[in-house]
Design a protein around this ligand. Structure first.
Ligand code: SF4
Length: 356
């Protein structure tokens, strides 16, 4: 790659950022490392527009890292509800507690110490180091991969080991070390608002003059990914056990999706099953005489990164209240359901069934 093309990139990008870029987000002018870290954790796997209200409610409810460290798990998960990828919330609480108790509430200011925090990977560490401390570490996220691969016409797959190394080196070489914070913000904003995945606005792009993809008509081919995502189908049958105005819910404790969130009694099946098969299941469990009503109550789909969750719901009215329906569950009053965190599919079901 020509040095001239690289220096043109950095100069044009930084000029664009200072004079044209008007993208405004509340964490952009922020210098408090705690709030920057919070915004970056929220924005992992989440669009900025979607993450905004979560950022505002977390910083409003927990203005300092020790406020977050002292939060009840349940309250933090409840605030996180709807963002998905709940491991992020779990790691976030663990990190807040570590910093509050072990580091006396002082957020680490060195790149390697930031990188060592739970839930912080290479991108997040570079973002915090540059935005909070103006340290010279280039960020590399989906936006940056896209801008760089198109501008340089670089066809090495971005999800290969070679590609990751190549783009990391390139991003670091391009970094304006006079102002790493502004440079990183600029390249991410350019990717989010101009060099978008579909129909990029090349006419408005400060890099157009030397962009290889625009010149050679390669835009739709870049960036290149080598692996196709394999999606696993899962079939969840939720039985909403009710006795009077109480509902049976349980906490998911196993690793995997939705850990620490709540759900109704779940029977997972290898394929879609009908009402009769589920009733049979309950009869085998010895609850036949207790069941007053067994009613289909709807179905929903939720697409996660690697899984497509097919959920169907059945309301099961009981004539008596067994103390235990499953090991990790408990009875709760319907009007208390709002105190518990649920995955999005169940939130949608609850909205439709209990809050209408
Ligand atoms: S000219 Fe078009 S393809 Fe090239 S970097 Fe700019 S927006 Fe992206």
């Amino acid at each position: 790659m020509k040095d001239k093309q690289k220096s043109y990139f950095t100069i044009q990008l930084n000029y664009w950022h200072s004079n044209v870029n008007r993208r405004s987000l509340p964490w952009k002018e922020e210098k408090d490392p705690y709030k920057i870290w919070l915004s970056e954790i929220i924005l992992q796997q989440t669009r900025a527009e979607q993450g905004l209200k979560y950022y505002l409610s977390f910083t409003g409810t927990y203005p300092t890292i020790c406020d977050l460290a002292n939060a009840r798990d349940e309250d933090a998960f409840r605030l996180w509800q709807g963002l998905g990828y709940y491991n992020r919330c779990k790691n976030m609480l663990a990190t807040a507690r570590f910093i509050c108790s072990e580091l006396k509430g002082q957020f680490p200011a060195q790149h390697e110490n930031i990188l060592a925090l739970k839930g912080v990977g290479a991108y997040t560490a570079a973002a915090i180091a540059s935005f909070a401390f103006n340290l010279p570490h280039a960020v590399l996220d989906g936006n940056v991969y896209r801008v760089l691969s198109r501008y340089f016409g670089e066809e090495t797959p971005i999800d290969s080991t070679e590609g990751k190394r190549l783009f990391a080196t390139l991003a670091q070489e391009l970094l304006n070390i006079e102002n790493p914070s502004a440079h990183n913000q600029a390249i991410m904003d350019l990717g989010a608002t101009v060099c978008t995945p579909k129909q990029p606005k090349c006419d408005e792009c400060p890099l157009l003059k030397k962009c290889v993809a625009a010149r050679d008509n390669l835009i739709h081919l870049l960036p290149v990914k080598s692996k196709k995502l394999k999606i696993q189908n899962r079939f969840f049958n939720f039985l909403v056990f009710q006795f009077g105005d109480e509902v049976w819910i349980e906490k998911r404790s196993e690793k995997g999706i939705w850990q620490n969130l709540h759900q109704f009694y779940l029977i997972e099946s290898p394929e879609s099953v009908d009402k009769l098969a589920l009733q049979e299941n309950l009869h085998l469990a010895g609850w036949k005489t207790l069941i007053q009503k067994f009613e289909y109550s709807g179905k929903m789909k939720q697409q996660l990164t690697h899984q497509l969750i097919h959920s169907q719901f059945y309301t099961v009215q009981l004539s008596d209240k067994p103390a235990e329906l499953s090991a990790s569950g408990f009875w709760v009053q319907v009007d208390q359901l709002k105190l518990y965190a649920f995955p999005k599919t169940l939130v949608d079901f609850l909205e439709a069934s209990f809050h209408s």
